[in-house]
Design a protein around this ligand. Sequence first.
Ligand SMILES: [Ca+2]
Length: 74
Amino acid sequence: MKKALVIAISMYVMLFATVKAVADEEFALFDSDNSGTISVDEAKRNHALLEQFTHLDRDNNGELSPQEFARFTG
Ligand SMILES: [Ca+2]
């Protein structure tokens, strides 16, 4: 029983790490100047991202942080 729980937790952690790695990679693709944020200009490469930009930009600073970008739905 305990072993199954350990396996389940391990799988969850691995899945989470994979999802995060994919998200980081996607973020890096948009952040072409490696500033650590995605500007409107950088978002223009993806129509869906540009459409959601204002909604995703929670602090309204005109750039998307990795945390704000994490809420982007495709
Ligand atoms: Ca940038």
